[in-house]
Design a binder for this molecule. Structure first.
Ligand code: UD1
Length: 419
């Protein structure tokens, strides 16, 4: 058990390296199942969620080796299509193995992923889409048992542009017979990268990054390699860390086109930005202005930055609102921010923040990945000592966050918890 201890008040300055995108890697790894053989992923972040996906692929009989930041994945040794419940429960993205197992091996047994800290997260769109492709699905003992002779291409209209459902269907459709059209598809950069990886494997996909994606199924795919895109959520978190502390920070590598909604809001609240093709510099003088944001699917403001933005608005004198339209229950960080003195009122799926008041260090508990990031940001500006407990959550999605923050001048350290 470890915690982070932060002494607030330092303005962050300098340059911080951004790791590969967690949500991209978690889709790319299962995609390798579609083509038995040795795949290589470069720029893979060393994160707990990546270990979990490696464990899951290992449990299926694949061989995964992470050497530095290169992941070598041998899927030719796959032995079973049964995904262990314990691993899928631990991480919702494990559900990504369903589409590729079914498409490649005609069968899959994958447990329903549980709810998570911020409420139920169904997988009905994944299942409906696979059924439309011709899969027979049965629910037994919490498992989805799926079979299909060969999936058949079809037209699928998603009720919501779900990232996970789009990913699963793209993978499944790549080996289906005939043409699949996915309407209202997710346009997130991680889905675009998944599509690009599938293309490298020989898949025929058009329309990536738009709401209509077309897949012409092929008979077989071959192993491929790809460099993982920089993590836009990590980059956003460091830009917000710079903004909240009134600092001056460069994030690199970063793809500004993946971050437009966040950059636009940062400019609106008073940050100065200097954007180059592969990096973003941010400087901030004084307090941010209040703002009203609503999360939305890409290219809208990401739900994965909602908690951190709420922390930033604690510095903005006046009333701000932060609405999560994707996950209405994703506000576990609010009571913890209140322990630091934050004035936030929760009204349905909106956090109404009255900012500009001093925050005081305290002991807070993180409940999920992005909530932890919000608590760290608040700790960076709280007076005195803040302790963030349960930081295993942060290790799911941020590589060495305390070291990167130290590099920027923050007073933060990871210590073991004795009691
Ligand atoms: C992915 C990201 C997560 C991010 C989320 C939204 C990964 C590994 N995780 O999660 O970090 O917060 O996108 O950008 O990439 N929904 C349904 N039925 C479904 C699927 C989803 O109702 O079958 C709903 C969800 O409850 C939620 C919304 O759709 O309200 C978005 O979910 P989705 O886009 O699928 O998110 P994930 O892929 O789980």
């Amino acid at each position: 058990m470890e915690k982070l201890v932060i002494y607030g008040g330092e303005r962050l300055r300098g340059r911080v390296p951004i790791s590969g995108a967690k949500n991209a890697v978690l889709a790319l790894m299962p995609a390798a199942i579609l083509a038995p053989g040795v795949h290589r992923l470069r720029n893979v972040p060393r994160l707990r969620d990546v270990w979990t996906m490696m464990e899951l692929l290992d449990a299926l009989g694949c061989r995964c080796r992470l050497e530095g930041n290169e992941l070598v994945l041998d899927t030719s040794t796959l032995q079973t299509v049964h995904a262990p419940q314990e691993l899928v429960r631990r991480m919702r993205a494990s559900f990504y193995v369903l589409g590729p197992l079914l498409a490649r091996y005609r069968r899959a047994e994958v447990p329903l992923p549980g709810g998570c800290a911020w409420g139920p997260r169904p997988v009905d769109l994944h299942l409906k889409g696979l059924q439309a492709l011709g899969a027979e699905l049965e629910l037994c003992d919490g498992y989805v048992c799926a079979t299909a002779e060969r999936l058949r291409g079809t037209e699928i209209v998603l009720d919501f542009p779900s990232v996970g459902a789009t990913g699963n269907l793209l993978m499944a459709a790549s080996l289906a017979h005939g043409r699949t059209v996915i309407r209202n598809a997710a346009q997130e950069p991680e889905i675009v990268q998944l599509g690009e990886f599938l293309r490298q494997m020989g898949a025929r996909i058009r329309g990536l990054g738009t709401s209509v994606v077309e897949v012409e199924g092929v008979e077989e795919l071959h192993p491929a390699s790809i460099e993982v895109i920089p993590d836009r959520i990590e980059a956003a978190t460091f830009l917000l860390a710079a903004a909240i502390t009134g600092g001056e920070v460069t994030v690199e590598p970063a793809r500004p086109e993946h971050l437009e909604a966040v950059l636009q809001q940062l400019e609106r609240v008073g940050a100065r930005l200097h954007v180059k093709p592969n990096c973003i510099e941010l400087s901030m003088e004084g307090a941010p202005l209040p703002s009203h944001i609503v999360t939305a699917p890409f290219p809208g403001f990401p739900t994965d930055v909602q908690a951190q933005w709420t922390a930033l608005m604690l510095r903005a004198p006046g009333v701000s609102s932060v609405t999560d339209a994707i996950y209405p229950d994703r506000f576990k960080h609010v009571p913890e921010l209140q322990r630091l003195g934050a004035q936030i009122e929760l009204q349905g799926n909106t956090a109404v923040v009255t900012g500009g008041r001093p925050l005081r260090g305290n002991r807070v508990v993180s409940s999920d990945l992005r909530a932890s990031a919000a608590l760290i940001l608040a700790g960076l500006v709280a007076e005195g000592r803040t302790e963030v407990l349960e930081i295993h959550h942060i290790d799911r999605g941020y590589e060495a966050i305390e070291r990167k923050l130290q590099q920027l001048g923050a007073r933060i350290e990871r210590v073991g918890v004795q009691d």
